[in-house]
Design a protein around this ligand. Structure first.
Ligand SMILES: C=C(O[C@@H]1C=C(C(=O)O)C=C[C@H]1O)C(=O)O
Ligand SMILES: [Mg+2]
Length: 462
């Protein structure tokens, strides 16, 4: 249980009614399973929570409750809108040296210009939350933060209530370790607009051959219907188990949970260093170590996949050259091997130039040609025209930043939108001049696998 901390605030702070203050307090606690904490908050925060774990599992963040919600409906300015409003909130921050930095977590939509009616209608162009309770496990230590943003001059009372609730949550989470329910039972799987998807791949390939673009990513969705409503916490548990070497994320908004296990980092900023990753070009895993090695070699030397990959390297390099110094990018890609798939992978690292914020990186990088295409605007037009869907937050930046300007955003692929007894799963692939429809179709099945498995679905075996 967290020890009581007595610090002379908010008691001593005389706030003016209209002045916004941002109070935070951190305590370190003994080991708590992040999912047990998430579960402990379900009674009250079933529609106000999030989950994040980075790919090397050094950082896990769980958020419960909303100290502040930032939604943006801007179309071009949704990145800068969130950046500006977060900076305003941060300017009211009152924090002691020992307190950890509060985190703002959320995501952006892939393409705010896509206005199709869809399952995403309740998600604005950007949706971010500062949680009331923030669990953070970092390098083996677990911290719980309380965040309160208020103009209330009775902030002290408000804060004291949060302390009581925090202690109850901790107690509950320590008492009841998380016990996962079994995977859901799938009743049906619907391949939405399957033939239209194949036609789109074909159309896009011929347009590329005609020189209208160099690369365009085409995606599709499948819908699962379950026997019973599926618990989001259970889904998060299974996805984290199914594909361990990835970012695990879950963003709950109302009754919907957007979750997944993505291998793709968009941008990380830590203490003045910036990191990105070019992840594009794919092949399946082998059944034996030898077959796996041969497939990997094949991928590394395959012209079509190398082209898909190089467009991403070129674009991310351009942004890094503009925003950073000491840019380091290996000349040749490596293999990234995850449970069901191998990708071409080129890591990018640099020193951040002066005052560039993570939101400016996200804005400049999204969409990379790993999920959009080349040239950017033309490929976005083609996606809007050819894909009979709204990607929503799929393929878009999801992640966090803190009050100190550190943070990390991943690209939300290998993901699904879950609501009660149904889920939409999303997957796509990079189309270039020599793409083949059936191969692309099969590649999407491999990319559906992590979420499909987590949700108890049948794998599509060829
Ligand atoms: C589009 C997806 O993934 C992207 C496309 C890839 C490809 O076509 O080879 C590989 C990784 C990602 O850049 C997806 O997973 O849905
Ligand atoms: Mg591909």
């Amino acid at each position: 249980m967290g020890h009581k901390i007595t610090i002379p605030w908010p008691e001593q702070i005389v706030t003016e009614e209209t002045h916004l203050r941002f109070f935070t307090e951190t305590i370190e606690v003994g080991r708590i399973s992040p999912l047990a904490f998430l579960e402990a908050g379900q009674a009250r925060y079933s529609d106000e929570h999030f989950y994040w774990q980075n790919a090397n599992q050094t950082l896990t963040i769980v958020g419960l409750g909303h100290a502040q919600v930032l939604e943006s409906h801007c179309v071009e300015e949704h990145f800068s809108d969130i950046k500006k409003r977060w900076e305003e909130i941060c300017s009211g921050l009152i924090k002691e040296e020992k307190d950890k930095a509060p985190v703002l977590f959320g995501g952006f939509s892939f393409d705010p210009k896509n206005t199709r009616e869809s399952e995403w209608s309740k998600f604005p162009n950007a949706y971010f939350v500062l949680p009331s309770f923030q669990l953070m496990t970092k390098n083996g230590h677990t911290f719980i933060l309380i965040n309160l943003v208020t103009t209330n001059h009775h902030a002290a009372e408000e804060f004291e209530k949060l302390r009581v609730e925090r202690d109850q949550l901790i107690h509950k989470a320590q008492l009841n370790d998380f016990i996962p329910a079994s995977k859901p039972t799938v009743e049906s799987l619907d391949e939405i607009e399957k033939e239209r998807y194949k036609k789109a791949v074909q159309n896009v390939t011929s347009q590329i051959q005609n020189g209208e673009a160099d690369k365009v990513v085409v995606a599709r969705s499948v819908k699962l219907n379950f026997k019973e409503p599926v618990s989001g916490v259970t889904a998060l548990h299974h996805i984290a188990n199914e594909q361990q070497e990835s970012y695990h994320f879950g963003l709950q908004k109302g009754e919907q949970l957007f979750f997944g296990a993505t291998p793709e980092r968009l941008i990380e900023i830590e203490n003045g260093q910036a990191y990105s990753a070019c992840v594009a070009g794919s092949i399946k895993r082998g059944e034996t170590a030898e077959e796996d090695r041969i497939l990997g070699e094949e991928l590394l030397s395959d012209r079509k996949n190398r082209d898909e990959h190089q467009y991403v390297v070129d674009m991310i390099s351009t942004v890094f050259d503009e925003f950073c110094t000491n840019v380091s990018i290996p000349k040749e890609p490596k293999l990234m091997k995850i449970r069901d798939i191998q990708h071409l992978f080129t890591p990018v690292e640099a020193s951040v130039d002066k005052e560039k914020s993570i939101f400016e990186f996200v804005q400049a990088l999204h969409p990379t040609p790993a999920l959009g295409g080349v040239p950017t605007n033309k490929s976005m037009d083609m996606i809007r025209e050819e894909e009979q869907m709204d990607r929503g937050y799929y393929a878009a930046p999801i992640g966090w930043t803190d009050t100190e300007g550190n943070g990390e955003f991943a690209v939300a692929i290998r993901s699904a939108l879950l609501e009660e007894e149904q889920a939409y799963l999303y997957a796509g692939g990079g189309i270039v001049a020599n793409s083949e429809v059936e191969k692309e179709y099969e590649e999407t099945w491999i990319k559906f696998r992590p979420v499909l498995r987590a949700l108890g679905g049948q794998l599509h075996d060829k």
